[in-house]
Structure formats: C-alpha cells, structure tokens
Design a binder for this molecule. Structure first.
Ligand SMILES: NC(=O)c1ccc[n+]([C@@H]2O[C@H](COP(=O)([O-])OP(=O)(O)OC[C@H]3O[C@@H](n4cnc5c(N)ncnc54)[C@H](OP(=O)(O)O)[C@@H]3O)[C@@H](O)[C@H]2O)c1
Length: 245
C-alpha cells in the first residue's frame, strides 16, 4: 500500500524566488503534476499573477528576518523546500572593489539562508527534502564574479554540511549547480553564455533530480565537464584560453 507521501497530490513544495525564471518554471512543473505549491517572492501582485494556482503566496524579502519568520508562521508542513531566490551582480573593477555590491550579493544569496533555514526547516517533515540552488560558477572562478561566486561557494558548503546532519532527521539535501539558464537574471549579461538552457529545461532536470533524491545536480553536463576540465589546468592558462573567445 503506498504511503501518503507517495501521492504527489499530498506533497507540499515551497519555492523561494518563484515569481520569475527557474523558480517560476519549477512552480509550473510541480503544479502540472498535482503538487501543492507554496510560492514566495517580494511582490504580491507579481506573485499572484505569475503563480495563480499556488496553494499560498508568501510575500517577503529574504533579507528581512522578521518578514521571513512571519511568513513561516502560515506554514504547517513542507515536503520539499526549494531555496532558489537569488541575485547576481558583478564587480566591474577589482581594484576599486565595490564592497556594497559584495555585501548585497552575499546577503541575498548566502546570509538570507540563515533566517530561511531557521524558520522553514522545522516545517520539513521527516522523509522530506531540502534543495538549495547554487551555481556552476563555483566549479571554476569567473572574471567579475567575486561576489556571486563567493556567495554560491558558501551555499555549497552549507548544503554539503547540512546533508550530514539532516540525515539524522531523515531529510535529504540536494545541491543544485545550474549552468547558464535563460532568465531575467541572465538576460542582463552581455557576454556569451555557452550551452544556455531554458528555465523549463532547468526545471525538468531539477524536478527529476529531486524526485530521485540526488544529492548533487549539475547541468548541462557538457558545461559542467568543460568547467571541471578547466579547473584542473593552471588558472593562468585556463584564463588565457577563455580570454581568446
Ligand atoms: N539563470 C542562471 O543562469 C542561473 C545559473 C545558476 C544559478 N542560478 C540561480 O538560480 C536562482 C534563480 O535565478 P533566476 O535565474 O531564475 O533569476 P530571476 O529570474 O532573476 O529570479 C530570481 C528570483 O529570486 C527572487 N529574489 C531575488 N532577490 C530576492 C530577495 N531579496 N528576496 C526575495 N526574493 C528575491 C526574485 O523575486 P522578485 O520577483 O521579488 O524579484 C525572483 O523570483 C538564483 O539563486 C540564481 O543565482 C541561476
């Protein structure tokens, strides 16, 4: 006899950053399969318009600790918690290092995880899952990505360390490294983005990975492999190869 949680209709998924890009595509993917989806974003109107079939809309800025706590009070239980909200800003001049930009990115992508985990993790049921969206930028250092890469490297450590301790609570942790995905976040980029995927393609891969309780998701494989190969080369040589593009 199937356990209640084997029925997707009984499962509740909470997605941060669900108003746009990868989070929005994940919302569509899970809703289409009959899951109960709680969507989160900063703008209630945008969230309601983009995710009309959500079970609940939670409106908060991930950097507002009190708002995160208040939103979490509305939640009884979560089967799959997807921490996806994030931002990307580049440091244009390393010598004139923009400390404000650095702090903003680290705050939104990494420090915010403290309040999100503190308030939402207790709602994740035993047998549930936590998925954290990092980036393939952590495989190989990119120019101008000091803030973004450092924030996501922090997410990597956090997820890998949480996986050890949450095993005691029967909660699986999935660390996600997307490559370049076409979203409003990357629409701002003025450089070439090899092997660009759509947000829908990314969402399908994430859905499948979470379903199969994968600990790591890296896609597309051809980009991950290329970055891993580059990371084995001396950095100056790898950078000289990249600068020839
Ligand atoms: N696109 C890529 O190529 C790529 C690659 C690797 C990793 N990622 C990661 O994937 C995640 C989603 O990115 P995306 O490409 O889908 O970007 P996106 O289209 O810009 O969506 C970002 C989402 O995060 C939310 N968000 C941003 N700052 C927030 C804040 N302070 N408080 C609450 N919500 C906030 C946004 O909500 P609002 O509507 O309120 O702005 C939006 O829903 C990010 O963590 C990003 O780093 C993306």
């Amino acid at each position: 006899m199937p356990k209640p949680n084997d029925n997707p209709r009984a499962k509740t998924v909470l997605i941060t950053g669900a108003s746009s890009g990868i989070g929005l595509a994940l919302y569509k993917q899970y809703v289409s399969l009959g899951y109960q989806v709680i969507t989160c974003g900063r703008d209630k109107e945008k969230l309601a318009q983009q995710t009309p079939l959500a079970t609940k809309w939670l409106v908060f800025d991930v950097n507002d600790i009190d708002a995160v706590a208040k939103a979490a009070e509305q939640i009884i239980h979560i089967d799959i918690l997807i921490l996806n909200a994030g931002t990307c800003l580049y440091i244009d001049n390393a010598k004139q290092f923009d400390g404000h930009c650095f702090r903003e990115v680290i705050k939104t992508n990494l420090l915010s995880m403290g309040a999100l985990l503190e308030n939402l993790l207790p709602k994740v049921s035993s047998g549930g899952q936590l998925a954290m969206v990092s980036s393939s930028a952590t495989i190989f250092p990119f120019s101008r990505a000091q803030a973004y890469g450092a924030s996501k490297a922090g997410v990597d450590y956090l997820a890998n360390s949480l996986r050890i301790d949450l095993a005691n609570d029967h909660i699986d942790v999935c660390l996600i490294h997307p490559g370049f995905i076409k979203t409003p976040l990357t629409d701002k980029n003025n450089f070439s983005m090899p092997f660009l995927l759509t947000a829908e393609e990314a969402a399908k891969r994430i859905y499948q990975g979470i379903k199969h309780k994968k600990h790591y998701l890296q896609f597309p494989k051809r980009l991950t492999l290329l970055l891993k190969l580059l990371s084995y080369l001396p950095q100056s040589f790898a950078n000289s190869l990249l600068s020839k593009d």
